[in-house]
Design a protein around this ligand. Structure first.
Ligand SMILES: Cc1ncc(COP(=O)(O)O)c(C=O)c1O
Length: 366
């Protein structure tokens, strides 16, 4: 069968390995497997969310409120914007997909950092657009600007603030200075999936969606409930932009794209800021032990503004082998070999999970 030719360039996205796979392949009991591979919240979610979702389960026979009024209202209040500035997606992934499909086509190019969130490239390739990446791995705004000026047909630029999988983050003032040079016709997606973490660690990196979309009407901010809110399995994300952009993206949304339970979970999660604050605080407390551990063992880390950290090895070690050995003993991390790095990305776990990681890692590393 012949398929759309753009698919020839695409690979199927490989998500972080699930706990179920380690149970099946290595015979380890699920309770003994630790997943530090997908940047989920190791503390789970707010207990208030769990309770509300249980109660909501009885409404499974009904379609959800497709206007998503209550969730949009809560987000509008939190971010000081209007409901017309918001779109909800099944994960921020879906919002990002809408953004790319709304703007890119085979005659345009999509610009991103050398190493960044893999889905940007996948969605852009689906449209037939050409991918442009900076020579530097992380976000280098001068390189981005040089590429932007040399190419007149860039439809979408991605800024991942902070960046997955590297963990670095630009200062907001530098982002603004960059945006000053970008045409109002180019859509700039500001991916804030880990903004709760970055803005806690360093307020100079905080993106205020209402401010950025007012100053730069060609920006779309995307946020998610999957990370700090602990709702990765519920699949809920959002985009914030000027109504003109939101209206275009809404044309790509299928009805009822998120469930009753998801809506309820997200609404209640927004009302429990204390849970998010505690999660973010513990994350950075725990990250210090990774920094100390790297020093002790003598390998490099990339300073992280997220809930994960990249451990980089010298040529005497192989990140793929390390990741594999960890997995065989029940700890799943992300090997960054496919990005051309000799490194692993580890989600910061609970204190107990991290202690187990350090113990096992030491025996493997030596
Ligand atoms: C930078 C970044 N953006 C977006 C996403 C998508 O997350 P979700 O679809 O769960 O909101 C992720 C998930 O890992 C991410 O790391």
């Amino acid at each position: 069968m012949q398929f759309n030719g753009v698919l020839d360039q695409l690979k199927i996205y490989e998500a972080g390995k699930p706990i179920e796979l380690v149970v099946r392949e290595y015979g380890i009991e699920a309770k003994d497997v630790i997943k530090l591979a997908s940047n989920e919240n190791p503390r789970g979610c707010s207990p208030k969310v769990l309770e509300a979702v249980r109660a909501e389960a009885a409404k499974m026979n009904l379609y959800p409120d497709d206007s998503m009024y209550e969730l949009k209202e809560a987000l509008a209040k939190k971010y000081a914007v209007k409901e017309e500035n918001i779109i909800i997606g099944a994960g921020s992934d879906q919002v990002i997909s809408f953004a790319v499909h709304a703007k890119a086509n085979p005659n345009t190019k999509v610009l991103m950092a050398g190493i960044t969130f893999a889905m940007y490239e996948i969605y852009a390739l689906q449209t037939g657009a050409t991918i442009l990446k900076t020579p530097s791995a992380g976000h280098n705004l001068q390189e981005m600007l040089d590429i932007y000026k040399a190419n007149k047909d860039i439809s979408v630029i991605f800024l991942c603030l902070p960046n997955n999988p590297l963990g670095e983050c630009l200062d907001t003032k530098d982002v603004y200075a960059f945006l000053d040079h970008i045409s109002p016709e180019t859509l700039v997606v500001i991916d804030g999936a880990y903004q709760e973490y970055a803005s806690f660690k360093d307020p100079a990196k905080k993106i205020v969606p209402s401010e950025i979309i007012a100053k730069y009407p060609n920006t779309l901010y995307s946020g998610t409930f999957s990370k700090a809110y602990g709702l990765g399995g519920m699949r809920c994300g959002y985009g914030i932009a000027q109504p003109e952009i939101i209206k275009a993206l809404l044309k790509l949304r299928a009805p009822f794209n998120i469930t009753n339970l998801t809506l309820k979970a997200a609404i209640v999660a927004l009302s429990d800021q204390a849970f998010v604050d505690a999660s973010v605080k513990e994350n950075f407390e725990q990250m210090k032990s990774y920094e100390a551990f790297a020093k002790e063992l003598g390998f490099n880390i990339i300073e992280s503004y997220t809930n994960f950290i990249v451990l980089e090895f010298d040529a005497s070690k192989n990140s793929g082998v390390i990741a594999q050995k960890l997995m065989e003993k029940g700890i799943i991390v992300r090997n960054l070999g496919s990005y051309g790095m000799n490194a692993i990305r580890v989600t910061i776990g609970t204190p107990e999970q991290n202690a187990r990681f350090f113990e096992l890692f030491k025996t493997i590393y030596k």
